[in-house]
Design a protein around this ligand. Structure first.
Ligand code: CO
Length: 460
């Protein structure tokens, strides 16, 4: 039996360990090697990479994608998309979602892994449809979580719905790294028995379960596993690529990875990791095993965000309290899976509850919108008192929220005007208005300076 690998170093490992601060120039030199490693796919875009490019790295995310594509012509490039939320934190109208998907594929993406934080399949339908229309692979991702209302039957139903929608693969997305080996075995087996498309498992090593979980998933017939090159593996990141490949090969599975090429890739990333450690951008805390997540169900990215947030406010003394408040907030909200944007919403609300010393003294506008039904259907019951506090006598909405939205692309295009040089720029602006505009201004400034310089040169 064959097992294939998706390498996450450029997206999820980057996001989970170093808050997505890896600039293009830090990995440009290894892309041609990564192209020939034998991966099923290279997860390299989407998630937080887009935001981080504009906000922190002064990079055009679209240009980054095109540059990766140019150096990796053979391996499938994969991105992560939050369904109707795209890469942001709110729902976008359908015309924007379709344009974003179309442009992602045009600029080089082969596989779009599409999930909804609440597993409300209405919220992935448009993105899946547009992906298929443009000839790319649509991978439906189930946001895996544990709660009194999440069970095998519910996951099988979700997978069947996604397959019926046209998804060519189904990914079980254990973003919190809370899936145990037996749960992986049972879930993959149930899915394999009920759907025909390949099954992929995405998990994290946060709790130390990562490798065991992947191993049991493979035994149950899992077709593709997500791993990270070893020096960017472990902790809140994924299980190590080389280790899993070595072990599975020994057990007789067919593995397409070239171990010599993997060594080259790892050797390349070692000094990159050392640099981030030295600069303090890689906190050793996120590299170690933390079994608390088995109770708190806090995903890798969320854990490192909370550390960063509390450190910045000089309130790390409250870390344990915030972690303990997190599952309580989650229960009040009807057990949403802790994945972006729900993980941020629940995390910030838990931190607010603790730091203000009173629960729900202040409620973020995102949590209010969630309670109104603007993110989709809550998996379980929302706490009645909290609902009343937010809604009063107003009724929550029950339709697909995007159906209430006016088309947005042309309006945004007009709004940003000549600062946007192409439709991709307009999409950056729609996704992250302030960050994109600041990026465009800087870009124009550089152009102007270059222009002045060349004139001066002529005059000389
Ligand atoms: Co992840």
């Amino acid at each position: 039996m064959k097992v294939q690998f998706t390498e996450t170093v450029l997206r999820d490992a980057n996001q989970s360990l170093i808050a997505t601060r890896l600039p293009f120039e830090d990995f440009e030199g290894i892309l041609e090697t990564m192209n020939k490693a034998g991966y099923y796919s290279l997860e390299c875009w989407g998630g937080a990479t887009f935001d981080s490019c504009l906000r922190y790295l002064n990079e055009d995310p679209w240009e980054r994608l095109r540059k990766i594509r140019a150096k990796c012509p053979d391996v499938k490039l994969q991105m992560l998309l939050r369904g109707q939320n795209l890469l942001g934190y709110k729902h976008y109208p359908d015309d924007v979602v379709r344009m974003f998907v179309k442009k992602s594929i045009e600029n080089g993406i082969d596989i779009i892994r599409i999930f909804d934080a609440l597993n409300d399949v209405r919220n992935i339908q448009v993105a899946v449809d547009e992906t298929l229309k443009n000839g790319a692979i649509a991978s439906g991702a189930i946001s895996y979580t544990k709660s009194p209302i999440h069970n095998l039957e519910a996951y099988v139903k979700l997978a069947k719905d996604m397959e019926a929608m046209g998804c060519q693969t189904i990914c079980i997305k254990d973003m919190a790294g809370i899936m145990g080996p037996q749960e992986a075995y049972d879930t993959v087996k149930a899915l394999k028995e009920n759907v025909k498309v390949p099954i992929i498992l995405h998990t994290h090593s946060t709790t130390g379960l990562g490798m065991l979980t992947l191993q049991k998933a493979v035994e149950a017939g899992c077709d593709v596993i997500d791993t990270a090159i070893s020096c960017f593996s472990g902790g809140t990141s994924q299980a190590p690529t080389e280790t899993m490949a070595y072990a599975l090969k020994q057990e007789g599975y067919t593995i397409d990875l070239d171990m010599q090429v993997l060594k080259e890739i790892n050797d390349f990333f070692k000094p990159v990791k050392a640099k981030f450690l030295k600069e303090g951008k890689l906190n050793p805390v996120v590299l170690s095993t933390d079994t608390d997540a088995l109770n708190y169900q806090v995903p890798g990215g969320m854990l490192s965000n909370l550390v960063a947030q509390l450190t910045a406010q000089n309130r790390m003394d409250k870390f344990d309290e915030v972690l303990a408040e997190t599952p309580r907030v989650r229960k009040d909200l009807g057990y949403p899976p802790l994945v972006t944007p729900m993980s941020q919403m629940v995390g910030v609300q838990a931190a607010t509850n603790v730091l203000l010393g009173e629960r729900y003294k202040s409620i973020s506008k995102e949590v209010k919108a969630y309670i109104r039904g603007e993110y989709g259907k809550a998996p379980g019951e929302i706490d009645k008192d909290l609902q009343k506090k937010v809604l009063g006598d107003e009724k929550p909405i029950t339709c697909r929220f995007a159906d209430t939205l006016e088309p947005g692309f042309e309006k945004a295009k007009k709004e940003i005007g000549s600062k946007a040089h192409c439709d991709e720029d307009v999409l950056s602006y729609i996704a992250f208005p302030a960050q994109a505009e600041a990026f465009f201004d800087k870009r124009d400034e550089v152009k102007k300076n270059t222009f002045t310089y060349s004139i001066r040169k002529v005059e000389e």
